[in-house]
Design a protein around this ligand. Structure first.
Ligand SMILES: Cc1cc2nc3c(=O)[nH]c(=O)nc-3n(C[C@H](O)[C@H](O)[C@H](O)COP(=O)(O)O)c2cc1C
Length: 405
């Protein structure tokens, strides 16, 4: 669905299925929205520096705010210094490279296929786009209601509504081919054969820069047990897709396990180029009359700021057992969140739910990260990676840990 163009980002109305976010002239018609959790998912005040760090306001070009609550344009010298800062990152050095101009991506399911946002965001300035979950055959998705708000986040059970891989290739491939921002197709399936076939069809399609496997899907051949919570199934599906394509391969972890480390390790051993962490946490909401579960599919996936500590813990743990790059996901709404994930070993970060309230956030976070590097006198953001990890000589570590000071 196409977001309406509006005068300012705060007036944007985005519709996803039965979910609406943003200003709406007819409030009474609203079905579940994330607007009521606005306090939790709205961007931080762009003019107020967090304690201990002068806010640097970029707004497309960088402006140093030295505590004065007005934006100031950067001098030519400052702009030249900003332009020199290297935010690039390669998420798949072993498979031809998946080079991003900056480490801020948009998370699957929260940015459509990228084209929907063309009028409200300069999508080419995003580091990478993970498109909606794509399956072999078209899927109608789950029965409504599909979304509801929760303190600090939202629950969704969209159910992978999508037109199927062939339609995605036909409709969006020609558009993505002309983009400089890499598009990573998020792939879902009910069997290993499903995943393999989708990967084969995407292989070699111009405009498809990589694949992100959503393995938080029921494995029909194993009684519906999710691939992501079964180490052997996670290994098998990753290895099978690895054999089917030379495309950069990212695999997305589920947080709904007791210990994610063996699963991450198996995914690395099976040939993934990078690990994305995390998908949503399984949750439930109760109907207003308390006679049933609220969501049409009973269960939903919890996302937004509420899950950030869980995502941080998982990134921190996984960074200590794998050496492939980690892409962090979970509750990012501000530069501080980005810096926290980098410190725990992520080399890049995806923004998800927060986009519904502020579609420009991913672009702004890239600008803010650049300005933060300038403020710290860094030529690249890489020294910010892994700084909070335990310093154990010789221990396996996130790719980023090699950049540790
Ligand atoms: C409405 C919605 C749809 C989603 N669809 C997908 C999907 O199709 N595939 C997938 O791997 N993750 C999907 N996710 C999970 C996000 O990509 C992300 O992992 C999760 O929301 C956590 O990040 P956040 O807290 O920044 O939203 C979806 C999330 C939301 C909110």
């Amino acid at each position: 669905m196409t977001p309406k163009k509006a005068k300012s980002p705060k007036q944007v109305l985005i519709r996803f299925g039965d979910m609406r976010v943003g200003k709406d002239s007819d409030r009474s018609k609203r079905t579940p929205t994330v607007r009521k959790v606005k306090g939790a998912i709205m961007p931080v005040d762009r003019f107020k520096a967090p304690a201990g760090r002068p806010r640097v306001e970029t707004g497309g070009s960088a402006v140093a705010d030295l505590g004065v609550p007005t934006a100031v344009r950067p001098t030519l010298a400052e702009q030249a210094a900003l332009d020199k800062i290297d935010l690039s990152v390669d998420l798949a050095p072993e498979h031809g490279g998946l080079l991003l101009a900056n480490p801020i991506l948009v998370a699957s399911g929260t940015f459509g296929y990228g084209v929907e946002y063309g009028e409200v965001v300069d999508v080419q300035r995003i580091g990478g786009i993970c498109c909606k979950g794509t399956t072999l055959k078209p899927r109608a998705g789950n029965p409504p209601p599909r979304v509801t708000e929760t303190p600090g986040g939202m629950l969704n059970s969209i159910g992978l509504q999508n037109p199927g891989v062939d339609a995605v290739i036909d409709k969006y491939g020609p558009i993505w081919r002309g983009w400089k921002v890499p598009v990573i197709v998020n792939v879902a399936g009910e069997s290993i054969d499903d995943y393999v076939e989708v990967a084969r069809r995407l292989d070699g399609v111009p405009g498809v820069a990589g694949i992100e496997l959503n393995i938080s899907c029921p494995n029909v051949g194993k009684g519906g047990l999710q691939f992501a919570i079964d180490r052997d199934a996670a290994r098998a599906v990753t290895a099978a897709v690895r054999r089917a394509t030379d495309l950069p391969l990212l695999v997305k972890l589920s947080p709904n396990v007791a210990d994610v480390r063996p699963i991450a390790k198996a995914i690395e051993e099976a040939g993934a180029d990078a690990i994305c962490a995390i998908n949503t946490l399984s949750g439930l909401a109760v109907s207003p009359d308390r006679t049933r579960a609220f969501l049409g599919n009973t269960y939903g996936g919890l996302s937004g700021p509420a899950i950030k500590p869980v995502a941080l813990r998982i990134v921190y743990e996984v960074a200590q057992v794998v050496s492939i790059p980690i892409v962090a996901i979970g509750g990012v709404t501000s530069l501080d969140d980005v810096l926290d994930f980098l410190a725990c070993g992520a080399v890049a970060v995806q923004v998800g739910t927060a986009i519904f309230a502020d579609p420009e956030l991913p672009v702004r976070l890239g600008d803010e990260l650049r300005a933060e590097c300038l403020r710290r006198g860094l030529a690249s953001y890489k020294p910010l990676i892994g700084t909070a990890l335990p310093k154990r000589t010789g221990a396996p570590s996130a790719k980023g840990a090699e950049y540790r000071p």
